[in-house]
Design a binder for this molecule. Sequence first.
Ligand code: SAM
Ligand code: ASE
Length: 344
Amino acid sequence: MDPAADSAYELLSQYSHSFMVSQVLFAACELGLFDLLAEAGEPLSSAAVATGLGTSPHGTELLLDTCASLELLTVETGAGRALYRNSGLASSFLTRTSPTSQLHMLRYLSNTTYPCWAHLAAAVREGRPQYSRAFGVPSQDLFAAIYRSEAEQLCFMRGLQEVWAVHGRAVMTAFDLSSFPVICDLGGGPGALAATCASLYPACTVLVFDMPEVVLAAREHCFPGRGQVSFHEGDFFKDPLPAADLYVLARVLHDWTDDRCSHLLARIHHTCKPGGGILVVESVLREDGRGPLTTQLYSLNMLVQTEGRERTPAEYCRLLSSAGFQDFRMKKTGCTYDAMLARK
Ligand code: SAM
Ligand code: ASE
């Protein structure tokens, strides 16, 4: 066999089956596998897991051994039987009670993002999001589609916040923000990044501005740790923006076309005090647009789920400069999301 052809086939095979890996992860979370193992307090046999989850013995055994190969579980064998426990990854990120749990994001990816990706070819052909094919709802008003039911809205809100328990500090300390007395997170959702900001800069006043239904849900479902943050409701394309020294836009610009971004940035520039700033937090493409792969995949995700795209540093710089902002600086954080700061 030709070794080059061999390794090419191996790569093809790995790509072809990657969706199965995602589904193993999604199914294990949906079934509550990692919570069962966390709450058991001792390693469990496959039979005990099947009983605990109410699942078939055979299916459970396959799922457990596959999770072990994926390093989601560890397995101890002895005395003719296997006992399973959560790996460090699963304990940190896949259990309900972990402060860094990513379970809502995984549920969102499984129930919403994945069905949209089933129509990736159509999205590429048409250049637009796929809510009508995936869910039978129109995509004209983007957030009407994203928030098409209360359950969907809550899952999106909760899911998107979870990354900030892991990367919020890196993003908010990329630049020293302590010289901005009032910081407003526009489209800040239920306020996880704002809360991180408030705890890092205790002398700053931190506000969140988001749509009325988001602010209402954030208040009603009292997301934890948001005590120091105040919520303001409105439409950032139309309504007056709160007065602030620094405006944060985290994963907002990537939802929108260049025209919508320019409109929003011009409104922020108009409200911003001279000397004030704008902090943009996004997964940023390499200058040539050819990587990192995760960001390219996110950009395809913006194609299937939004009107936007991920952009390069030069593209963000151009959008901000055209709106009148100066002194564009970018700091890489080493995680998925980077920070860019500019001044009025
Ligand atoms: N900044 C948060 C983060 O990074 O986790 C949330 C990002 S989410 C992709 C976009 C946010 O913008 C949502 O919370 C959404 O409700 C908000 N948003 C969308 N359109 C808006 C509008 N017209 N006015 C105010 N907020 C809006
Ligand atoms: C959005 C962010 C996301 C809109 C839809 C989204 C995310 C998932 N779906 O602004 C979070 C970022 N993750 C990915 C895969 O893009």
